[in-house]
Design a protein around this ligand. Structure first.
Ligand code: F6P
Length: 365
């Protein structure tokens, strides 16, 4: 069986490890001896775009869009961030430019038997559509937003939380020296997991998440209380999708991607300006932006990349298609792709967030 691996959507640390372990498990000589099927593994470059644009009849095009993978080639990949296969936000089923026919034709012509798609809701949504059209697909959950339903974990989230924590640790010295309020904008799109976990583990005073619109006056009152305790600076973490009560998400620009997503951004600057205007406290802001997607994978992301990659091959052996690997109640299992389509795993405010303190809960009773 020919397995084609692709990585789609925002890149993150952990992707290369997942590619490595799919390859190593599929081609493992000892395991192969016990299996009734043997595998060949290829990588598709730049996510779904590679599989749409490749011309299977043109060797040059194939060498540009495809990579043969084996244990030797992927040996060191798990240590490095990003994706060595490249990625894109191409949507072959985009109604404005539907290239799904070409996609299906190329899958057929290339003799691909199974596609292992590593991605978030958009990438895995394409895998689900292909499954409905009779193509064997297996998903591996990946997004620093950790907003995929059906799994407690998506690759990249832990490393991104560590970036937020390390950057806020650094920020404290200058905030303290100047007695300033710093507003730190995190990624996460419409889910506040990155801001919540990043803010909680770095001891932020206020955490703003999309799931709980905030009152700016309430926030200023909280800052006055802290000032009153003779603490001269504060860190506020604001998720890029957070919004003032009655307000809308802040957009970085008017661009819309192939899956209909706007580019969010600007909340931190708005909050810093409003605080300074209303309290007189000197305020600054910064956007961590793509630093949260960069760097080498954390230990946990390396571990989960290995576990998810191995589980994906087990699913192929078990002919468990149209599903993704998931972490459910701490166990690795397979989850139907249809479960993740069209909905996000958002922060349960009741369970995890304190809407009075604008921070994580202090008691879960
Ligand atoms: O989905 C992951 C993510 O990092 C979001 O948190 C963020 O809003 C978006 O991707 C940024 O997309 P791009 O890398 O295309 O600018």
């Amino acid at each position: 069986m020919k397995i084609a691996i692709l990585t789609g959507g925002g890149d993150c640390p952990g992707l290369n490890g997942a590619i490595k372990w799919v390859t190593k498990s599929a081609l493992d000589p000892i395991l192969c001896a016990t299996r009734s099927v043997s595998f060949e593994v290829i990588g598709i470059l730049d996510g779904w775009r590679g599989l749409v644009e490749v011309d299977p009849d043109d060797p040059k095009s194939c060498s540009y869009h495809l990579r043969d993978l084996n244990e030797e080639i992927v040996r060191t990949w798990d240590r490095y961030g990003g994706t060595n296969l490249g990625t894109s936000r191409t949507n072959p089923f985009n109604p404005k430019n539907d290239r799904s026919g070409k996609l299906l034709e190329n899958i057929e012509k290339l003799g691909i038997d199974v596609i292992v798609a590593i991605g978030g809701e958009d990438t895995l949504g394409v895998a689900y559509k292909l499954h409905r059209l009779g193509i064997k697909t297996v998903g591996i959950p990946k997004t620093i937003d950790n907003d995929l339903t059906g799994t407690e974990y998506s690759l990249g989230f832990d490393t991104a939380v560590n970036v937020i924590m390390e950057e806020i640790d650094k920020l404290r010295t200058t905030a303290g020296s100047h007695g300033r309020i710093f507003v730190v904008e995190t990624m996460g799109r419409h889910a506040g997991w990155l801001a919540l976990h990043g803010g909680e583990c770095s001891g932020a005073y206020i955490i703003l998440i999309p799931e709980c619109p905030f009152e700016i006056d309430r926030m200023c009152d909280l800052l006055r209380v802290r000032k009153g305790r003779e603490i001269h600076y504060s860190i506020i973490v604001a998720s890029e999708g957070a919004k003032p009560a009655g307000g809308k998400e802040f957009l970085r620009d008017t661009k819309i991607d192939d899956f209909g997503h706007p580019s969010l951004g600007g909340i931190a600057s708005y909050v810093a300006d409003e605080i300074e205007k209303r309290t007189g406290y000197e305020s600054r802001y910064l956007t961590l932006s793509h630093l949260q997607r960069g760097g080498a994978p954390s230990a946990y992301d390396r571990l989960m990349a290995r576990r998810f990659g191995i589980a994906a091959v087990d699913m192929i052996i078990n002919e468990d298609f149209g599903r993704m690997v998931g972490l459910v109640r701490g166990e690795i299992m397979s989850v139907p792709l249809k479960e993740i389509i069209g909905k996000l795993k958002l922060v349960d405010v009741e369970k995890y967030y304190d809407p009075v303190r604008y921070n994580g809960r202090r008691s879960i009773l």
